[in-house]
Design a protein around this ligand. Structure first.
Ligand SMILES: *[C@@H]1O[C@H](CO)[C@@H](O)[C@H](O)[C@H]1NC(C)=O
Ligand SMILES: *[C@@H]1O[C@H](CO)[C@@H](O)[C@H](O)[C@H]1NC(C)=O
Ligand SMILES: *[C@@H]1O[C@H](CO)[C@@H](O)[C@H](O)[C@H]1NC(C)=O
Ligand SMILES: *[C@@H]1O[C@H](CO)[C@@H](O)[C@H](O)[C@H]1NC(C)=O
Ligand SMILES: *[C@@H]1O[C@H](CO)[C@@H](O)[C@H](O)[C@H]1NC(C)=O
Length: 329
């Protein structure tokens, strides 16, 4: 009995003395994480990143349960000053990378991220990063979700992003992007195009006709300086649910456009649209949001469907639009 007790005690004692025996954390990953912490100026947010503990237990990281390699680094709502460390590129098993709502992250997106071929989700958003949208993202074939919104990115949109075969959503909104929407965005490699969010930038030119080949479900091009005709984005056989084209310079006759039954929201406010509100909208049972205010429309608003459930503010400030909910013609 005494002997057994001693053995038990000894095993207990050993487990205390050599905690590393049970540590899951990969030593190389730990080294890289500590470098990242240092490069971010040892922020309070990463206080749990203590070299004496198992890095799989640290805050804002995850280890893959099979390989015990770091597969997620998700920094959210933190008070951190610095740049995104290039050392992030030395976490080869990373699948999710998030830097979001960080007080003072500046500098560019480091090219080292281009080494991380397992990435499926990248979200660098609500930071003060500058520089271009890097084209190396097009090499990360596993990406399903790329969100670089609410930053200070500039330059044009890399056409090669259309090569991503698994992309389900692309958020480049709320930056300072210039130039045209790439022609290649009419040929996304996947079986269906990603939800496309390009709003609040300084994009110019016409939307390439090629985008008519894509069956977008959600598309937001609002608050740019896009011009011309986008009638090719509409039609009975499209999958469109949410579409925001407001505050651009679009100019074409919308009277005869047709729409899919799936359409839920369509915002066209502040453009130069001509013709009348399309009669085809009266057949849509799912339409919950609609706005054509501040355009150049004329004629009696078609009666039916949900069109009279919208208010004055969704129709006002056109050339000579009339009828409910506007004053009678
Ligand atoms: C953020 O951190 C800086 C420096 O560490 C500190 O001076 C500041 O008060 C912190 N701000 C907030 C909102 O915690
Ligand atoms: C933001 O970070 C830069 C450099 O990383 C630093 O010089 C500056 O003081 C920081 N600003 C704030 C408000 O923390
Ligand atoms: C970006 O920088 C500006 C000016 O320094 C600051 O007011 C703003 O809070 C910062 N925004 C983010 C998301 O870091
Ligand atoms: C678009 O997608 C919808 C819904 O998935 C489908 O019914 C329709 O046939 C597609 N249209 C085209 C033009 O590919
Ligand atoms: C429609 O757009 C106008 C002009 O921007 C705006 O005043 C109005 O609030 C919008 N309606 C809705 C429901 O958002």
């Amino acid at each position: 009995m005494n002997y057994l007790f001693s053995i038990t005690f000894l095993v207990y004692f050993l487990s205390l003395s050599f905690p590393s025996n049970s540590e899951r954390c990969n030593p190389q990953d730990k080294k890289v994480l500590l470098k990242i912490k240092q490069d971010l100026n040892n922020p309070y947010h990463l206080a749990s990143w203590n070299p004496d503990t198992d890095c799989c237990d640290w805050y804002v990281v995850d280890c893959d349960p099979k390989t015990n390699r770091i597969n997620a680094l998700t920094v959210f709502q933190a008070n951190i000053s610095g740049q995104i460390p290039a050392a992030v590129g030395d976490l080869p098993y990373l699948e999710n990378l998030v830097f979001r709502h960080i007080t003072n992250i500046t500098g560019q997106i480091p090219s080292a991220i281009g080494k991380l071929s397992r990435l499926t989700l990248v979200r660098i958003s609500y930071t003060n990063i500058t520089g271009p949208v890097p084209s190396f993202f097009s090499k990360l074939k596993a990406l399903t979700y790329l969100d670089l919104s609410f930053n200070q990115l500039s330059g044009s949109i890399p056409p090669s992003l259309s090569l991503l075969p698994n992309l389900q959503a692309l958020h480049l909104d709320r930056n300072r992007l210039t130039g045209m929407i790439p022609e290649s965005f009419g040929a996304f490699a996947g079986s269906s195009p990603p939800d496309l969010y390009l709003s609040h930038n300084q994009l110019t030119g016409s939307v390439p006709k090629s985008l008519g080949n894509m069956n977008f479900t959600r598309i937001d091009l609002s608050r740019n300086q896009l011009q011309g005709d986008i009638s090719f984005l509409f039609g009975k056989t499209k999958a469109l649910e949410n579409a925001d084209f407001s505050r651009n310079l679009f100019e074409f006759d919308i009277t005869k456009l047709e729409f899919p039954e799936s359409l839920i929201a369509l915002d066209w406010n502040h453009n130069k649209l001509q013709g009348n509100v399309p009669v085809a909208l009266t057949t849509l049972g799912n339409l919950q949001q609609f706005n054509v205010s501040y355009n150049r429309l004329c004629g009696q608003i078609p009666v039916g469907g949900n069109l009279q459930s919208f208010t004055y503010a969704e129709y006002f400030h056109n050339r000579c639009l009339c009828g409910a909910p506007l004053p009678a013609c």
